[in-house]
Design a protein around this ligand. Structure first.
Ligand SMILES: Nc1nc2c(c(=O)[nH]1)N[C@H]1C(S)=C(S)[C@@H](COP(=O)(O)O)O[C@H]1N2
Ligand SMILES: [Mo]
Length: 548
């Protein structure tokens, strides 16, 4: 390995990577002017998402949670840099072929951008401009590298090092005199300047690329905020307000997640890298399929309806035991039941396939959309319009069902159909078609592996079993008996409840706390460990901590 690593000429490799950075960085910057779908790195990442096998998605979400997108983009970016480096390395031997390879590789994201749903020819501009500038960087750099005396090898060739110049002069009298050769080829004179210029070029290219990426990212945020603000979206007042959250819903244990989760802290799980930008003035919801009367609802019509408020805890099926892919918000929206009543579902229909225009779909039992849990077509979250990542301008919220079978963001279509006729996005990838939320509980404090003072240890966390409510939470220290925890006020069957427990006189050393919940129907949270496929992970949350 050693000799191989030493024999690699790293400058061309760096050059190839820098040219790649320039391609994606510059393209990302230009994409801000043209549209988020035109950024090649995001387009590549986006194209990979639906193709990623479940066996990879599952651990990535379990480990990285809602940083999964960052992991994906970073992986794709790293892959591109490595490929660029290989092309640069290849360029030190065959510069022209390397330029051709770079062009071919650069055309891959171009094709991906162009074949994305709703792509326009215009969306090609960022990738093509980035590719052109990247090619210039690679071409110029390789030329400079080629002219540098180091060309052909990182170290002086054995011939140069071993054979004295005099011998060359003797055998080839027509060769330039040694002095001239020294002037034009001496490594001690030319290599440093050339190298320095080369390094300067590579460095500049890398900096430009990095700035491009950074600027691009901040611009994405700006564009999005501007988009939402420009829409001038004013949330109407609720016709039916939710009961205010009583202070007793919170037990005042520092470290337990607040009862209502801030929109900015709310977990985010979806299959898009950049949330779709939807103009509420052109948004509409179409209800069709097995209905007597097709219905189309515009945003103006929706906002004019008597909207109701509801506190509901949302949960992701990918939430690992003890994980944080769960949150509670006060949603504002209109009951889907009323809209379905207008559409009049036909007998035999048993599913509503909700769709967003980014290709996601969710299968919800028709029953769950019609019963008194008041499934909402939501426009507001904690008194604010939905942010783009949480579904602006409208999404579904259905208590008691995991998000993947109910909570479609950017929703534009409700197709009334049957479970034996249609399959939703995640069902096609191995998850269940129907997925009611299982009773679950979590320990927020002490934190895992925390060091706490001797004496009374206070533990706390949350438990949820939407639509059934939480009846009881039980905890135990080490392998002791289960004891009942104190519960926060019961806000509704559709929201989580905080719990708190005290363990007096815990001795020094390492201990464990385990929690389990019992729902309103008497179902005890199972201890059986199961992974998130096909219907959420199970098992008791247990944390270890040390008493000092
Ligand atoms: N359009 C769309 N809606 C979606 C998803 C998606 O990928 N695309 N993911 C679903 C899943 S799996 C969950 S858990 C919830 C998460 O909603 P949040 O991101 O607002 O927390 O949204 C649901 N709605
Ligand atoms: Mo989810």
């Amino acid at each position: 390995m050693r000799p191989l690593l030493r024999s690699v000429r790293w400058l061309p490799v760096l050059l190839g990577a820098a040219a790649t950075l320039v391609l994606f960085g510059l393209a990302d910057l230009i994409a801000r002017l043209i549209g988020p779908n035109s950024a090649p790195l995001l387009a590549l990442g986006q194209a990979i998402i639906p193709l990623t096998p479940t066996s990879i998605i599952k651990p990535v979400i379990a480990i990285f949670g809602d940083n999964d997108k960052l992991v994906l983009v970073a992986t794709v970016g790293l892959g591109a840099l490595v490929l660029g480096g290989l092309i640069g390395w290849f360029g030190s031997v065959r510069p022209r072929a390397a330029l051709a390879a770079f062009t071919l590789a650069g055309l891959v994201p171009a094709v991906v951008v162009l074949t994305a749903p709703g792509a326009r020819l215009l969306d090609l501009i960022p990738t093509l401009l980035g590719l052109a500038v990247g090619l210039v960087v690679l071409g110029v750099g390789l030329r400079m590298e080629d002219r540098s005396p180091a060309a052909g090898d990182a170290a002086p060739t054995p011939a140069e090092a071993v054979v004295p110049p005099r011998v060359t002069d003797d055998t080839a009298p027509s060769a330039p005199p040694p002095v001239t050769r020294l002037l034009t080829r001496s490594p001690s004179r030319q290599r440093p300047t050339s190298r320095r210029r080369f390094l300067a070029l590579t460095g500049t290219a890398a900096v430009i690329g990095a700035i491009g990426v950074a600027a691009g990212q901040s611009l994405v945020t700006l564009t999005r905020e501007a988009g939402a603000a420009a829409a001038n979206f004013v949330l109407p007042r609720a016709a039916r307000r939710a009961r205010p959250i009583p202070p007793e819903a919170s037990l005042g244990v520092g470290g337990i997640e607040p009862f209502i989760t801030d929109q900015k802290d709310f977990y985010r799980i979806d299959t898009v890298l950049a949330p779709p930008t939807i103009d509420p003035r052109t948004w509409s919801l179409r209800i069709h399929g097995m209905v007597e009367n097709e219905v189309t609802l515009t945003m103006d019509e929706l906002l004019a309806l008597p909207l109701e408020e509801q506190h509901t805890t949302l949960t992701c099926v990918s939430n690992p035991v003890g994980g944080d892919l769960v949150g509670t918000a006060t949603w504002l929206g209109y009951p889907v039941r009323e809209l379905l009543r207008r559409a009049r579902p036909q007998p035999g229909a048993d599913m509503v396939l909700s769709k967003s225009d980014d290709g996601f779909s969710a299968s919800t039992p028709l029953e769950a959309m019609l019963d008194d849990r008041d499934a909402l077509l939501a426009v507001g979250m904690n008194g604010q319009p939905l942010t783009p990542v949480h579904g602006f301008p409208a999404r579904l919220v259905v208590a008691g069902l995991y998000g993947f079978v109910s909570a479609t963001k950017w929703v534009t279509e409700l197709e009334v159909t049957r479970f034996d006729r249609a399959e939703a996005y995640w069902t096609q990838r191995g998850w269940d078609a129907k997925a009611p939320i299982l009773v679950a509980s979590r320990i927020d404090v002490p934190r895992p592996l925390a060091r706490v003072a001797a004496g009374t240890v206070v533990a706390g966390g949350s438990a949820w079993a939407q639509t059934r409510g939480i009846e009881r939470v039980e905890v135990r220290l080490d392998d002791g008996d289960w004891t009942e925890a104190e519960l926060g006020a019961d806000v509704s069957d559709d929201t989580w409840r905080q719990w708190r427990a005290e363990f007096p006189d815990v001795g020094a050393g390492t201990h464990a706390i385990t929690v389990r919940a019992v729902d309103g129907e008497g179902t005890v949270q199972t201890a059986e460990r199961r992974e998130s496929i096909p219907n959420s992970a199970t098992g008791h949350h247990r944390i270890q901590f040390t008493v000092e």
